[in-house]
Design a protein around this ligand. Structure first.
Ligand code: DX5
Length: 221
């Protein structure tokens, strides 16, 4: 199996120095960068649009994933891909026509991810897994960094792992929310292989490479 992936969320970054913050993450050896896109409607917070992502794109070589916590994600799919995101993750709860939305992401040449909030059953995605490259199981209620990891999601992570195994497809299983040294092993044992962490990384910015390596080794145990 491939080694665990550590994917920082830039939500806790210093937005006045976003380019430097992403270069710091690249130097620390992370696998990709997650842009937490929030529209103030799907979640009670607002963050960045495609132009901000595009401005950082030339500064790092890392892959970008856009985590779209927005209503009607179909309206701007092209913009996120043009901004330089190789993966576009839409929430199953945010579009009436998830199958069509995921196909549209592929038509734009990006990999398609689907995210499920804590209350959303996996049955919401089981009929579109042939279009899914990445399944994101939220381990917090989306909208903010620094929240408590919901260990109650671990059976759901394990069920997601079993669901993916039944497809026989290489679907990345990512978790997001409250991932830190104290929680990552539980998520990994449940079956996650990609770990999105925000505050757990940025609060260790002076020893970021060590923290990334430590998280990766805890996830690999
Ligand atoms: C929450 C975001 C998460 C969050 C992770 O809505 O989707 O990516 O930024 O932050 P931490 O790791 O601090 O929970």
């Amino acid at each position: 199996a491939s080694p665990p992936r550590i994917v920082p969320s830039v939500l806790p970054a210093d937005f006045s120095r976003l380019g430097e913050e992403c270069q710091l993450l690249e130097r620390a050896g992370v696998d990709r960068i997650q842009w937490d896109v929030m529209d103030g409607a799907f979640v009670p917070n607002m963050t960045m649009g495609p132009d901000i992502i595009a401005s950082v794109r030339p500064l790092v070589t890392l892959g970008f994933e856009a985590h779209l916590m927005v209503e009607e994600p179909d309206r701007m799919l092209r913009r996120w891909v043009q901004a330089g995101c190789e993966i576009v993750i839409v929430h199953a709860e945010s579009t009436r026509h998830l199958h069509r939305t995921l196909a549209a992401v592929h038509d734009l040449g990006a990999r398609a991810g689907v995210a499920v909030n804590p209350a959303t059953p996996l049955s919401a995605v089981e009929h579109v897994l042939d279009l899914v490259d990445l399944l994101l199981v939220m381990t917090v209620n989306p909208g903010f960094g620094g929240q408590e990891y919901l260990a109650s999601m671990e059976p759901k992570i394990a069920a997601a792992r079993a669901l993916i195994a039944r497809t026989g497809r290489e679907i990345e299983l990512e978790v997001d929310g409250g991932i830190a040294r104290s929680t990552i092993a539980g998520a990994a044992q449940a079956g996650a292989t990609t770990f999105c962490a925000g505050s757990a990384l940025f609060r260790e910015r002076d020893r970021l490479a060590d923290e990334v390596a430590q998280l990766r080794s805890l996830a690999a145990e």
